[in-house]
Design a protein around this ligand. Structure first.
Ligand code: MF3
Ligand code: CO
Length: 256
């Protein structure tokens, strides 16, 4: 069953979405060479708890030990912040923020570049963002959910990148993860038809090399098998009467 959100739900999802975006705006200035990912996590945690008076949805989720996921270079997703991962010039990293406000969840992530990175790393980030934006732009009632993955995969393939298949976007509301689940690649099943009032994330993970991944012995950190770079962007999106509303849009961000 897919939960269609009512007016009150939507109001709450707009609130938590905005606050989730604010954390990603806040953290930008701290992404410099020499900082470790545990310090970045602690700055986010402090901001979420002390300034926003909220709680992270990640902390304690299925035993996850930190408030954020920070995935550097070949880490695809769910990187556990730690003191040993010290950022250096040229690194690329994803910071994934999930918040709970009044029982409603917000979920968003973006890439950060430490000073200046290689051309290929920059291209990977640009193409991953482009794939998310292109998928968002087709959202409206009546389209089939399978179209989202088709759009994403087409852009990745055109640039000779690959799309990770093991993780998908998800419905979100009073649950962190609920139906519908959204594949980021083309599949035979074209899926359900979108309806006004659905809210879900789109969060493509794209690799420079092959799509294959493995999970570390810490049971969380997911890496590319071939050690190639991986990027991810994520937004929480509401299906509106005529199109979409990006609930986690950041200040100065425009869907181009
Ligand atoms: N934020 C992730 C998502 O996009 C989930 C992270 S779960 C955690 O669904 F436990 F690793 F934080
Ligand atoms: Co998500």
């Amino acid at each position: 069953m897919i939960i269609i959100k009512n007016k009150f739900d939507i109001k709450k999802m707009i609130e938590v979405g905005k606050l989730t975006a604010n954390v990603l705006d806040m953290i930008k200035k701290y992404i410099v060479p020499g900082i470790n990912t545990n310090e970045i996590n602690d700055i986010c945690q402090d901001y979420i708890v002390k300034k926003q008076k909220l709680i992270s949805a990640c902390l304690g989720y299925k035993g996850y030990p930190k408030s954020t996921c920070i995935s550097v270079n070949d880490v695809v997703c769910h990187g556990i912040p730690n003191k040993k991962t010290i950022l250096k010039k040229g690194d690329i990293l994803n910071i994934d923020i999930s918040l709970i406000k009044d029982g409603y969840f917000g979920d968003s992530s973006k890439m950060f570049i430490v000073e200046k990175c290689s051309n290929i790393a920059k291209k990977l980030c640009q193409i991953t963002l482009k794939s998310l934006y292109s998928a968002i732009k087709i959202i409206k009632p009546g389209i089939r959910i399978g179209k989202i993955g088709k759009v994403i995969e087409k852009i990745a393939k055109k640039n000779r990148f690959s799309v990770v298949r093991e993780y998908c976007g998800h419905g979100i509301g009073k649950n962190f993860h609920e139906k519908p689940y959204i594949l980021h690649y083309k599949s035979k099943n074209k899926g359900i038809y979108l309806k006004e009032g659905m809210i879900f994330t789109i969060e493509p993970m794209i690799n420079v090399g092959k799509r294959n991944i493995f999970c570390d012995k810490d049971k969380w950190t997911v890496r590319t098998k071939d050690k190639s770079l991986s990027a991810q962007y994520e937004h929480t999106i509401l299906v509106t009467k005529n199109g979409y509303k990006v609930l986690t849009l950041r200040k100065n961000e425009k869907i181009k």
